[in-house]
Design a protein around this ligand. Structure first.
Ligand SMILES: Cc1cc2nc3c(=O)[nH]c(=O)nc-3n(C[C@H](O)[C@H](O)[C@H](O)COP(=O)(O)OP(=O)(O)OC[C@H]3O[C@@H](n4cnc5c(N)ncnc54)[C@H](O)[C@@H]3O)c2cc1C
Length: 470
């Protein structure tokens, strides 16, 4: 028995921000029949679960509040942070066009908070925060896709590409085939596959506590189904790891700033409020294990305050208690052996196996800095410097075990063509978003880097796919 056959101009695989953007851009560029195939029963992938924060430089939103910025500055920051270990041509396209992409979303109807935030270590805020988070962006894109005639097929998990003479001519799902002038792969990452985390993102897997917070469909199917056309993969062991306590599977993007982190040697090593892209690298340098140290007074005060003290408040996110760093949870985790509590620092040091003299010296130094209200060592905002003086004392092990997204995947050129093993573009095959590699570097530039990549390069890939199909 033969299956169903469908023929379209542009087939987009995956309905996250990258896929929806590519589909809409392909329609806007003149592709007559555009179909989005989505494996799950719901549109939006990780993009709808996401904060939807998006980087963009030189936007009208920045200008409106007096922020002078440019694509050239963003490119410079991006490349310097990543020590040029990314595809420079693709990154230049991304940094040139992500500001216009933010504005394009605004023109479509995405509303942003007036306040912009810092994504990472940049000198000026360039992260745009959509009202309604990632779901609102997905809703706006979906509405425009539907209005412009883009078709959707849910529950269609593409399992292979069709090709002819090395060029891609469509895709298959079981017995069914979809022939297409161009195919855009926008299937997201592979965080939801433990086997692929182990193989392609070992630094998160090897923490031993690794778990994923994104969408069910992030199984890395594209790594498998693009093998038949020899697609090149790049960006090994990249993605974003967030600090995790092993208390539960609830993520907390940052630890509250009042905690003191020490390494296995009992020494402090960072500003505890560092952006997560930076913290990821700092943790790697410490062997991916650290301990949060605090005293009883601090945890009582944090609990009574009822609001987590993070460095930055994202507009629209509710000011709420830290889900982990409050007395109820700490007491509960004591009973599970995940919190160490003792009357003296020496006992705490013994419990976590760090040199007691080092831990004592670290705490003495933190207390001195807190009294002076100046972090002369790691430059943390002094409002977060918390003395550790009143026992009982606590230690909690943290590891960068939360996998937020992955960044190993298909190598593309700046027009969104997928390259083969030899470096040539594969006819008819395009990709954008988390499924690609080489765009997000060894250092996550900051909040908005991934969404910026999805929307910006999704547009690029959609336009290229439409041009190729015609
Ligand atoms: C909780 C959370 C918060 C985040 N916050 C931010 C943020 O504020 N800013 C930021 O920049 N980044 C953020 N990120 C990361 C960012 O949101 C994602 O990297 C990005 O949305 C991925 O978009 P995408 O379109 O590439 O993939 P997705 O949105 O994951 O979409 C891929 C789609 O493809 C489908 N698919 C997979 N395989 C197949 C197949 N074989 N056939 C058909 N369909 C398939 C999937 O089901 C999915 O719907 C966050 C991530 C998470 C998990």
């Amino acid at each position: 028995m033969t299956g169903r056959e469908t023929d379209v101009d542009v087939l987009v695989i995956g309905s996250g921000a990258a896929g929806l953007t590519a589909a809409l851009a392909a329609r806007q560029a003149g592709a007559a029949r555009v179909l989005v195939a989505e494996s799950e029963p719901v549109i939006g992938g990780s993009s709808r679960l996401s904060g939807g924060l998006m980087m963009g430089a030189g936007t009208r939103y920045q200008r409106a509040i007096g922020i002078q910025d440019s694509a050239a500055d963003l490119f410079h920051d991006y490349m310097t942070l990543n020590q040029w270990q990314v595809e420079a041509g693709v990154v230049q396209r991304l940094t040139d066009r992500c500001g216009p992409a933010v504005e394009w979303l605004g023109d479509l109807g995405v509303e942003y908070y007036e306040q912009l935030v810092f994504g990472g270590d940049e000198t000026k805020p360039r992260v745009h925060c959509p009202i309604g988070r990632g779901q609102a962006v997905v809703d706006v894109l979906l509405r425009h896709c539907r209005d412009s005639g883009v078709e959707f097929a849910l529950g269609l998990r593409v399992d292979r590409l069709l090709s002819d003479g090395g060029a891609v001519t469509g895709a298959g799902v079981g017995d069914d085939t979809i022939t297409a002038g161009s195919v855009v792969v926008a299937t997201g990452g592979f965080g939801n596959s433990e086997a692929k985390r182990k193989e392609f993102f070992p630094s998160v897997y090897d923490t031993g506590w690794s778990y994923y917070i994104g969408a069910d469909g992030s199984r890395g199917d594209a790594v498998d189904f693009t093998r038949s056309v020899n697609a090149q993969l790049t960006g090994f062991d990249r993605g974003l790891r967030l600090l995790h306590t092993d208390f539960d599977r609830m993520y907390e993007a940052y630890i509250p700033g009042w905690l003191t982190l020490v390494n296995r040697d009992g020494r402090r090593f960072c500003d505890e409020t560092a952006p997560y892209g930076i913290m990821d690298g700092l943790m790697k340098a410490q062997g991916d294990v650290a301990f949060a140290i605090f005293d009883h007074r601090s945890i009582v005060e944090a609990t009574e305050l009822g609001v987590a003290r993070y460095k930055q408040q994202i507009p629209g996110s509710s000011k709420r208690q830290s889900p982990h760093w409050n007395l109820d949870i700490i007491d509960l985790m004591l009973t599970e052996g995940k919190v160490h509590k003792a009357d003296t620092l020496a006992e705490v040091a013994a419990a976590i196996d760090v040199p007691a003299a080092h831990l004592q010296a670290t705490v003495d130094r933190v207390n001195e800095l807190a009294a002076r209200q100046e972090d002369a060592d790691y430059l943390k905002d002094p409002k977060f410097l918390e003395p550790i003086t009143n026992g009982p004392f606590y230690a909690v092990e943290v590891r960068p075990a939360t996998c937020c997204f992955t960044a190993f995947g298909l190598r593309i050129d700046r027009d969104g063509h997928v390259l083969d093993e030899s470096g040539r573009s594969i006819g008819g095959l395009f990709a954008a978003g988390e499924v690609t590699g080489g765009v997000i570097g060894p250092r996550y530039v900051g909040s908005g880097n991934s969404y910026g990549n999805c929307v910006t390069m999704g547009r690029v890939a959609g336009q290229s796919a439409a041009a190729h199909a015609s």
